[in-house]
Each structure stands twice: as structure tokens, then as C-alpha cells.
Design a protein around this ligand. Structure first.
Ligand code: ADP
Ligand code: GLC
Length: 478
């Protein structure tokens, strides 16, 4: 099949979270099945400057209709591996920036124009290059207008660009809602400005557009697919999601074993396998050393790697300050994000310098080291569409402590509830709930035999893409 993905992030070129990993590894898994896969991403500075893109050829200089003006763009193309082609939709005014969405403090003010332009760049390239796709697979709000724009272009030019469109919700909390006055930039018919169109409380919602107008809708875990039809998790779009319930499927993300595999991980100081965990100790020592702790420390290490947002339950960790003060443990957090949460963790580290460390950077190498070198991985999310980190941690023999939501509920088995299959600890979404989980971890850490048994069980889990790729083939085809 010819499969076209469109996304705003793609590992290893641009990544702020799991979207980048999920799109890259899904595309890789599809290419490995023999499909012809193209991935469109905005030509951000970091992507254009990446060594892989150095060889990119300029294949097109389209003029993109943006309301009453035409804007020029440039489409570059390269192939990072067999079966995969990456298309960069470039326009320096929009994408020659350091960060994909904003300055950290604030989103860019022209994000609606940037992503309308991106979607139109995809459509124009498909049309002019005659990329007749079996499926166009759109990811998150940045590509939410693409299904509509594709169908509109087909009507206008009398071409068929895609047999199917699929829209995947990676995170319903980010919706791409903008003033309705920017709708004219889409050149879509005015009737779409209403409640049965892209309108959401008087504004234009790109997420709503994707959910309503794609042929099929997926999200990244079965539990999240159910949750987002309820007011608690639907972020106001639960009615819209429920209206597509017949066409909605929750398909779990998988793990790219070429990148996340403790037996081959080039980013670690040592590798290890289920047959020999020695390398995990080397990682542990290095992790402790890198954060200014005694490398011989033998007690439990709690690791965290996440965007610092309320989604990730960072406040639940902060509420357990007393635990980290009382117990001789280490907490090593890697993350950036909400200034308040960053400040909270920084203060905790300053108050307990012998116990807690914060690394407030985006650091791919450090994310592998924390995942490998810790004993427990703390991820008490309030909601979690899928979550990749808890899968990575299990594969690395680091026992996840997670809440029972979304993909966390679908990928972690509590070892007390199911002693034969348990790979982690599940906790309620409260400070007290997390405390119980941290205390269970302490007790487990004293029982080395059981600890290793659970670690090894996690390391043996596959978290592959097969089932999801199968299910998508069916979605693309019928
Ligand atoms: P989300 O997509 O909601 O952020 P996921 O668990 O799906 O959550 O994916 C998070 C990804 O981002 C993981 O690959 C994780 O290692 C990575 N990550 C998060 N914060 C950082 C950071 N500060 N440095 C490096 N990688 C990070
Ligand atoms: C989002 C979600 C995360 C998911 C990732 C990839 O960023 O927050 O749960 O794993 O997308 O699908």
C-alpha cells in the first residue's frame, strides 16, 4: 500500500514528546511490512539542518493559496531508510524557528497559519507529484484540517488523492483552537464554519475538524478510546468523539526496538539483557554519578522522564515531599515544561540535595540513562493517551509506578493483583495513592528475588507494532 503520514513531529528530527517516536516507529514498522511510506513534516530549522536532510532535493516550489493571497513554499524530499520518504514542507517565515510550537513560555501567535500552510503544502505536493495514496494518515490537531482540505482539493481539481483518510488522536488536551476569523485562510466553504463543521464555542478547532471529517479515527490505546467519550477525559469534545464512536478504534503504540533496546543501546555506558543484568548496574552508577550522588548508593532509585505538565501528575510527586525526606532513596527527574512545576522540582532538589536531582533539559541520551539506571519509573499521569515511557522502562527492567488511566492501564500489570504476570505498580490518581505505590516499591526493593523476577518479566515484554499495523491495514483498506 502507499501510505502517507502527516505529523508535526518526527524522531530523530524534531521531538517534544511521544508523538515523534510514535510516528517514526509506526512508519518504520509499516515500511518493514513492504508498504511504501511517505511522511510529511514541517521543515523546521532543526529538521532542515539535520545531517539526513543535507541530501534532500527540492522537488517543488508550490504557491499555496492562503485566503486571498498566495504564499510560496518549498518541498524537500529525502529517504532516511528503504521504503520511507520524508517530505519537508518549508517556508522560512513559518518554520525556520528553533522550537516547533512556541518559545516555551507561550505558543507562537501564527500557529494557525503555520499549520494551515503545512496541511495545504501536503495537499499540493500530493496533487502535483501525483502521489496517489491508499491512505493519508493524519496525527493530532496540527493535521486536523488535512482530511477536509484533501477532499476539497479533490472536488476542485477532479483528482483522487487518497482512498482513505485516518486521523489519530495522540492527545485530546491539545486541540488547536483559533479565532474563527482565520478560517478564511483555509479557502474551505463557509458552511463549514458552523457547529456541524469546525466551530467550537465560536472558534475554529482543528482537532474537531480531524475527528469529524476523517474517514476513520483512531487513538493510541483502547482505554483512552473509551475515556475520551466521557466528560472527564473528553476536554469538551466528548460529544464529537462519541459521534464517531462507530469509526473510532484504540490501537496501542509499539516500541521501536532499533532505538529502545537495552541489549544494543548505543546511548548507554553499558548494555544488558535478561541473561546478564550487569550492565544495568553500570548504568545505575553512571546515572548517580552524573547527578552528583554517590555511585555506590544501594537503595532504590526513582526515575522520571516527562514533559513537566499537569497531565504527568508532577504535582502528585511534589505532594510526596515528606516521603523523599524520610526515606533514603534517590529521585532523578529529567524534564522541562510548566515553570511552576519546574520550580517545584527545583526547590525539592535544593531542599534535599542528597536525595533529589532535576535535569531541566531535553536530553535524549539522558532519557535513556534514567530509563536504564533507575529501579522504578514514576509516571502518575492524570490522563495518558498511550504513554511510551512506561513501555520503555519495562523493557529496560525499570519497574513503572503508574496510574490506572489510558495506555498506562493497558500496558502495565500490577504485580500484587496479578502475581504471575505483574510488571509494575498501579496507583490511584491522588497524592496518597502515589505514596502507597512508593512504599510498595520500597518493600519490593528489599525483596531482591521478587524484584528481579518482576524486572525480567517486564524486559521480556514485546510491545511490538504487529497488531496495530494489522488493524491499520484493515482500516486503510475497507
Ligand atoms: P508524551 O508524548 O505525552 O510526552 P510519552 O510517554 O508518549 O509521553 O513520550 C514521551 C517521550 O518524550 C519519551 O520518548 C521520553 O523519553 C521523551 N522525553 C520527555 N521529556 C524528555 C526530556 N526532558 N528529555 C528527553 N526526552 C524526553
Ligand atoms: C501523546 C500522548 C502520549 C502518547 C504519545 C504518542 O503525546 O500524551 O500518551 O504516548 O502522544 O502517541
Amino acid at each position: 500500500m502507499k501510505i502517507v503520514h502527516a505529523a508535526s513531529e518526527l524522531f530523530p528530527y524534531v521531538k517534544t514528546g511521544g508523538l515523534a517516536d510514535a510516528v517514526a516507529s509506526l512508519a518504520g514498522a509499516q515500511a518493514a511490512r513492504g508498504h511504501e511510506v511517505a511522511i510529511f513534516v514541517p521543515g523546521y530549522r532543526g529538521v532542515v539542518d539535520h545531517p539526513d536532510a543535507a541530501e534532500a532535493e527540492i522537488i517543488l516550489r508550490p504557491r499555496i493559496e492562503m485566503g486571498d493571497v498566495f504564499m510560496s513554499g518549498e518541498i524537500r524530499r529525502f529517504s532516511p531508510r528503504e521504503g520511507v520518504t520524508v517530505y519537508l514542507v518549508c517556508r522560512d517565515e513559518f518554520f525556520d524557528r528553533r522550537n516547533p510550537y512556541g518559545t516555551g513560555e507561550r505558543d507562537y501567535e501564527d500557529n494557525h497559519h503555520r499549520f494551515i500552510f503545512f496541511c495545504k503544502g501536503v495537499v499540493e505536493t500530493m496533487r502535483l507529484q501525483r502521489v496517489n495514496a491508499d491512505a493519508v494518515h493524519c496525527h493530532d490537531w496540527q493535521t486536523g484540517l488535512l482530511p477536509l482540505l484533501l477532499r476539497h482539493a479533490e472536488q476542485r481539481h477532479g483528482d483522487i488523492l487518497a482512498m482513505r483518510t485516518v486521523f489519530t488522536i495522540h492527545n485530546l488536551a491539545f486541540q488547536g483552537v483559533f479565532p474563527m476569523r482565520s478560517f478564511y485562510r483555509t479557502n474551505l466553504p463557509d458552511e463549514l464554519m458552523g457547529i456541524d463543521g469546525v466551530e467550537f464555542y465560536g472558534q475554529m478547532s482543528m482537532m474537531k475538524s480531524g475527528i469529524l471529517f476523517a474517514d476513520r479515527v483512531t487513538t493510541v490505546s483502547p482505554t483512552y478510546a473509551r475515556e475520551i467519550q466521557t466528560p472527564e477525559f473528553g476536554c469538551g469534545l466528548e460529544g464529537v468523539v462519541a459521534a464517531r464512536a462507530e469509526d473510532l478504534q484504540g490501537l496501542l503504540n509499539g516500541v521501536d526496538r532499533a532505538i529502545w533496546n537495552p541489549a544494543k543501546d548505543a546511548l548507554l555506558p553499558a548494555t544488558y539483557t535478561v541473561d546478564n543484568l550487569k550492565g544495568k548496574w553500570t548504568c545505575r552508577e553512571e546515572l548517580l554519578r552524573r547527578h552528583g550522588f554517590d555511585p555506590d548508593f544501594g537503595g532504590p532509585i526513582f526515575g522520571m522522564v516527562c514533559r513537566l505538565t499537569s497531565q504527568k501528575g508532577v504535582d502528585l510527586v511534589l505532594a510526596n515531599r515528606e516521603f523523599f525526606k524520610r526515606e533514603n532513596v534517590r529521585l532523578i527527574a529529567l524534564g522541562r515544561g510548566d515553570p511552576e512545576l519546574e520550580k517545584g522540582l527545583r526547590e525539592l532538589a535544593a531542599a534535599l540535595p542528597k536525595r533529589v536531582a532535576l535535569c531541566d533539559k531535553l536530553d535524549e541520551t539522558m532519557s535513556h540513562l534514567v530509563t536504564a539506571g533507575s529501579d522504578f519509573f514514576v509516571m502518575p499521569s492524570r490522563f495518558e493517551p498511550c504513554g511510551l515511557s512506561q513501555m520503555y522502562s519495562q523493557i529496560y527492567g525499570t519497574i513503572p509506578i503508574v496510574t490506572r488511566v489510558g495506555g498506562l492501564a493497558d500496558t502495565v500489570v500490577d504485580f500484587d493483583e496479578d502475581p504471575k504476570h505483574g510488571t509494575g505498580i498501579q496507583v490511584p490518581v491522588t497524592p496518597e495513592g502515589l505514596l502507597c505505590g512508593l512504599e510498595r516499591a520500597l518493600r519490593l526493593h528489599r525483596n531482591v528475588k521478587k524484584l528481579v523476577e518482576i524486572q525480567l518479566r517486564g524486559m521480556r515484554r514485546r510491545f511490538g507494532w504487529d497488531e496495530t499495523v494489522d488493524a491499520l491495514e484493515t482500516l486503510y483498506a475497507d
